[in-house]
Design a protein around this ligand. Structure first.
Ligand code: B3K
Ligand code: ZN
Length: 852
C-alpha cells in the first residue's frame, strides 16, 4: 500500500549519499539478462548511516561493498544498507527478464531489439540505485550480446572499445564524459539499417550523426536526419547553443510509450517520429517529425546539461523545451499556423485538464506516479509560461536570461525558481508576482467590459480576473500579459500593445479615440486564460477582416463559429428553428477565396472547433443538443459556401505544396457533406493520389460525408498498407471515429486484426485511444456502452502497460460537464477499476482523484 502514497514537493531534501561514477555491465541474454552496477558512493550528510536505493520489480543476485558481501535488506522494493563509510564502491548484480517486460519501462525488447526507457523512474527497473535527478554520475557502460542478432551495441557518450568474444558474442564499451542523472541513461542493442551524416558546429567541431531504423526502412530516415541538422543549426543561431559530444545517435523503435526520449547522445524515438516518405506519411507527419527531433535535440541543453533537481520541477526542462521547439517550428515554417496549433492544445486539452480531477500547477505539489505528470499542463501550459516571460522581457533580454541561466547552472540539477531568477537578474524585470504561474493551478478567467465616451473621446477597458480554486490556493492576482489591438470602424489600427494586467481589477484608459473602437483581445493568446466578454457577431466579423494579427483573425473566426453553434443550441432549447445567419456565411465565404492569405492559414480557420473544443467553452453541456447544433452549423456553412469551396478545390488541386494541399483538403472535407455529387471527387482523389496526405484526406472526407464508396476505399487502403504498421495506425484511427452505432462491435473485432496488438502503444492509442478521445458521439453514447468498452480495455491494459492505460483513461475522468446519467455511468465504471485487486499506481492515482 505504501507505494500508493503521494510524495510532496514540500518534503524535498537533498540526498544523504550521492554517486559520482557508475560502471554498468550488461550481459544481454534471453530469457535472463544480468546487470552488474559498480557505483562510487559518497556520503554527503555526515550524520547518515542508512543508504536507501530505489528498485522496482528487481531480482537481486548479490550486493558487495568494497568487494565484500554486505548485510542488506529489501523493504518496499528499496535496498537498504547500513554503513558508516564516507565513500565506498558498491557492486550490485541484478537479474532481469527483458522479454517479459511489456510495461516498456526499464530494459525491454522491441521487435527483437533491446532498448531502455528510464525517465522518470525506470532506471530502478534495471538496478538498485539513487534513482533521482539530483544525483549526477559519470556513466561507463559495457554491453555484451550475440553478434549476429545484435550487431549494434549502443549507449550514451563516446565509443571507447569494441571487440569479439567467444560463442558468437561481442562487446562494446561506451563512456559519457558528462555527469548525468540515471533517467538519461540509455542502451540499445539490435540489428538496424543505419543512416550516417555529419554536422560541423560553428566552432568547427565535426559531429557524427546516425539514425538507426528497422531493416528495410533506410529510405524513410532522410527527413529525420535533415530535421536533426536543421535543429542543430537553429540552436546555434537563435540560442547560441552548440552540441557537445562527437556523436549523436537516434534509434527508432516501434514499441514505445511516448514520442521520444532525450537520453544523452542516444535518443530513442517512436518510429512515428522518425520514419517518413511522401507515399506513407502525411505533411502533418513530416512536420511532427521535425518538431520532435528538434525537441529532443534541444533537451541537450535544456534538460541534460542543466537538469531538474526533483520531478516536481519537470516543467523546468519540458515547458522550456516545448517553447524552444515551438519557436524552432515557427522560425522555419509558418509562425501563425504553428501558434494556432499550440493554442488549440492548451485550449482543448490543457483547459480540460484544469477543469478535471487531475488539475495541477505547472509545478505540481504532490505526485503518486510521476509518469502521470507528463501532462499538457507541465508541457504546454509550461511553454506558455515561458512564452509569457519572453513577451514581458522581449527576445534580447530573454536570451540574456538564458545565457545567465547556463552560466550559473551548467552541470547542475536545479529548480524552476532558479530559472526565473536568472531571467529576472539578467533582464531587470521584476518577476515576483509572475512566479504565481508556477504554483497556482487552474485557468484564470478574465472578464472584460468597456466604456466609451464620445464627448471626452476616452475609451476604457476594464479587466478583472477570477481564479478557480484548485486545492484552495488560488487566491492571489496573477501577472497577465494582455495583448490587445483597437480597430476603428474603417478597419484602421488605433492601438496595439501588451497590457500588463496585474491587479484583481484594472482599468486601462485610451485617449483621443474618435469613435467606439472594436477590440481584439488576448491577441496571440498572450496568456493561458479564458476571456469572458460578449462579442457581437458584427464585432467578430470586423475582426476577421481587419485585425492586423493573423492569429487574432483566426481567433475571431473560432468565436464567430462557436457563437453560432451556441445560438443553435439555445434555439433547440427554446423549441425554435436553428439558424446560421448570412453574416456568418459571408464571413466564411470571403475567407475561403481570400487571395492574400496563406492557404494553410485558411485551412486552419476552416478546421472548425470540434465538439470537445466547444465543450471547453461552457461549464455544463447538453451533449445531444450540442452535437445536433454543431452538425447543423457545419452543414449550413458547407452548402452556403459550395461554389467557393468547389472553385478553390479545383484551383489548388494540382499544386504540389504543403499549403495548397492543406486548403484543398479542407475544401474537400467541407464539400463531402454538401451532396452526393462530391462522392466522385473524393473517390477520384483517393484513386489518383500519389501521396499519403491526399489519400488520407480523401478517406477522411469519405468518412465525414458517409459516402457509399467509403468501405471500398478503406478495404483498398488496408490491402495496400497492411504490412506497414504506422500507416495501419491511420486506418485504425479512421475506424475509431466511425460515428455509427456499430462502431464498438467493429472495434472489438479489430482488436483481433493481424496488425493490432495490445502490447504496442501506437496500435492501442490509434484504435482505442482515438475512440475515447475523438469519437464523442459513440464514446459518450447515452447507454454507457462506450464507457464500458473503454473500461474493459483499461482492465486489460492495466496488467500489460500501465502508462498507456493511464493515458487512455483521460476522457473517462473528465466528466464534470456532462449530465447526471452519463456521470453516474462513468463513475460506476471507475469504481469497477478501483476495485481491481492489482490496480497499477498509474491508474489508481487518476481513478481515485476522479472519484474523490
Ligand atoms: N522526456 C521525455 C518524456 C518522458 C516521459 C516519461 N513517462 C520526452 C520528452 O519530453 O522529450
Ligand atoms: Zn521533452
Amino acid at each position: 500500500m505504501s507505494q500508493l502514497q503521494a510524495k510532496y514537493l514540500k518534503d524535498y531534501s537533498a540526498p544523504d549519499f550521492t554517486i559520482d561514477h557508475i560502471q554498468l555491465n550488461f550481459d544481454l541474454n534471453e530469457p535472463y539478462t544480468y546487470v552488474t552496477a559498480i557505483s562510487q558512493v559518497v556520503k554527503k550528510n555526515k550524520e547518515a548511516t542508512r543508504l536507501e536505493l530505489d528498485g522496482n520489480s528487481l531480482e537481486l543476485v548479490s550486493v558487495k561493498i568494497n568487494n565484500n558481501a554486505v548485510e542488506h535488506q529489501i523493504l518496499n522494493e528499496k535496498l537498504i544498507i547500513q554503513t558508516i563509510l564516507d565513500s565506498f564502491e558498491l557492486e550490485i548484480i541484478t537479474k532481469l527478464e527483458p522479454g517479459k517486460n511489456t510495461s516498456l519501462e526499464g530494459l525491454y525488447l522491441s521487435d527483437g531489439a533491446y532498448c531502455t526507457q528510464c525517465e522518470a523512474e525506470g532506471f530502478r527497473c534495471i538496478t538498485y540505485y539513487l534513482d533521482r535527478p539530483d544525483v549526477l554520475a559519470k556513466f561507463d557502460v559495457r554491453i555484451e550480446a550475440d553478434k549476429e542478432d545484435f550487431p549494434f551495441l549502443l549507449s550514451n557518450g563516446n565509443l571507447l572499445d569494441k571487440g569479439e568474444l567467444n560463442n558468437g558474442r561481442h562487446f562494446a564499451s561506451w563512456q559519457d564524459p558528462y555527469p548525468k542523472p540515471s533517467y538519461l541513461f540509455a542502451l540499445v542493442a539490435g540489428d538496424f539499417d543505419q543512416l550516417k551524416d555529419s554536422f560541423t558546429t560553428r566552432s568547427a567541431r565535426e559531429v557524427e550523426l546516425q539514425v538507426f531504423v528497422d531493416k528495410g526502412n533506410l529510405n524513410k530516415a532522410n527527413h529525420a536526419m535533415a530535421s536533426l541538422k536543421k535543429s542543430m543549426e537553429w540552436d546555434e543561431t537563435r540560442f547560441n547553443l552548440e552540441y557537445d559530444l562527437d556523436i549523436y545517435m537516434i534509434v527508432a523503435v516501434d514499441f514505445f510509450n511516448m514520442g521520444a526520449m532525450e537520453n544523452k547522445g542516444l535518443n530513442v524515438f517512436n518510429t512515428k517520429y522518425v520514419l517518413a516518405d511522401t507515399e506513407s506519411a502525411t505533411d502533418q507527419d513530416f512536420h511532427g517529425i521535425e518538431s520532435v527531433i528538434g525537441h529532443e535535440y534541444f533537451h541537450n541543453w535544456t534538460g541534460n546539461r542543466v537538469t531538474c533537481r526533483d520531478w516536481f520541477q519537470l516543467s523546468l526542462k519540458e515547458g522550456l523545451t516545448v517553447f524552444r521547439d515551438q519557436e524552432f517550428s515557427s522560425d522555419v515554417g509558418s509562425r501563425a499556423v504553428n501558434r494556432i496549433h499550440a493554442i488549440k492544445v492548451v485550449r482543448n486539452q490543457q483547459f480540460a485538464e484544469d477543469a478535471g480531477p487531475m488539475a495541477h500547477p505547472i509545478r505540481p505539489e504532490s505526485v503518486i506516479e510521476m509518469n502521470n505528470f507528463y501532462t499538457v499542463t507541465v508541457y504546454d501550459k509550461g511553454a506558455e509560461v515561458i512564452r509569457m516571460m519572453h513577451t514581458l522581457l522581449g527576445e534580447t533580454k530573454f536570451q540574456k536570461g538564458m545565457e545567465l541561466y547556463f552560466k550559473r547552472h551548467d552541470g547542475q540539477a536545479v529548480t524552476c525558481d532558479d530559472f526565473v531568477s536568472a531571467m529576472e537578474t539578467a533582464s531587470g524585470v521584476d518577476l515576483r508576482q509572475f512566479r504565481l504561474w508556477y504554483s497556482q493551478a487552474g485557468t484564470p478567467i478574465v472578464t472584460v467590459s468597456e466604456e466609451y465616451n464620445e464627448q471626452t473621446r476616452v475609451y476604457k477597458l476594464v479587466l478583472s480576473q477570477n481564479r478557480p480554486t484548485v486545492a484552495g490556493n488560488n487566491t492571489e492576482a496573477m501577472h497577465i500579459p494582455f495583448d490587445i489591438e483597437l480597430i476603428d470602424s474603417k478597419g484602421n489600427s488605433l492601438f496595439s500593445d501588451v497590457l500588463s494586467f496585474t491587479e484583481q481589477q484594472q482599468i486601462f484608459t485610451f485617449e483621443g479615440i474618435d469613435s467606439q473602437p472594436t477590440a481584439s483581445l488576448l491577441q496571440n493568446f498572450s496568456a493561458p486564460v479564458k476571456i469572458d466578454y460578449e462579442y457581437t457577431a458584427d464585432h467578430l466579423a470586423h475582426l476577421m477582416r481587419y485585425a492586423t494579427n493573423e492569429v487574432a483573425r483566426w481567433e475571431a473566426s473560432v468565436s464567430l463559429f462557436s457563437k453560432t453553434v451556441w445560438g443553435c443550441v439555445a434555439a433547440l432549447e427554446n423549441g425554435q428553428a436553428m439558424q446560421v445567419g448570412s453574416l456568418v456565411q459571408d464571413a466564411f465565404r470571403g475567407l475561403i477565396l481570400d487571395p492574400m492569405l496563406d492557404p494553410a492559414l485558411i485551412a486552419e480557420v476552416m478546421n472548425l472547433p470540434s465538439v470537445s473544443e466547444l465543450i471547453e467553452q461552457v461549464s455544463t453541456v447538453d451533449l445531444d443538443k450540442l452535437l445536433l447544433a454543431r452538425q447543423f452549423t457545419v452543414d449550413e456553412l458547407g452548402v452556403a459556401c459550395e461554389d467557393e469551396l468547389n472553385a478553390r478545390y479545383h484551383d489548388l488541386k494540382d499544386q504540389d505544396t504543403v499549403q495548397a494541399r492543406a486548403l484543398k483538403n479542407a475544401c474537400l472535407y467541407w464539400l463531402s457533406r454538401v451532396g452526393e455529387q462530391y462522392e466522385a471527387l473524393i473517390e477520384f482523389q483517393f484513386m489518383h493520389a500519389d501521396n499519403m496526405t491526399d489519400s488520407l484526406a480523401a478517406l477522411k472526407a469519405a468518412s465525414n460525408g458517409e459516402v457509399r464508396c467509403y468501405e471500398v476505399l478503406m478495404a483498398r487502403f488496408e490491402e495496400k498498407w497492411n504490412k506497414t504498421p504506422l500507416v495501419m495506425d491511420k486506418w485504425f484511427m479512421l475506424q475509431a471515429v466511425d460515428k455509427s452505432e456499430k462502431v464498438i462491435d467493429s472495434l472489438k473485432a479489430l482488436t483481433e486484426h493481424a496488425a493490432f496488438s495490445y502490447q504496442n502503444p501506437n496500435r492501442v492509442r490509434s484504435l482505442l485511444g482515438t475512440f475515447a478521445a475523438a469519437n464523442i458521439e459513440q464514446f459518450h453514447r447515452a447507454d454507457g456502452r462506450g464507457y464500458e468498452f473503454i473500461t474493459e480495455t483499461l482492465k486489460l491494459l492495466n496488467g500489460v502497460n500501465p502508462q498507456v492505460a493511464a493515458r487512455i483513461i483521460t476522457p473517462l475522468i473528465q466528466f464534470s460537464k456532462f449530465d447526471e446519467l452519463r456521470q453516474a455511468k462513468i463513475k460506476h465504471c471507475l469504481q469497477g477499476l478501483l476495485d481491481l485487486p492489482n490496480l497499477s499506481k498509474d491508474l489508481y492515482e487518476k481513478v481515485s482523484r476522479a472519484l474523490s
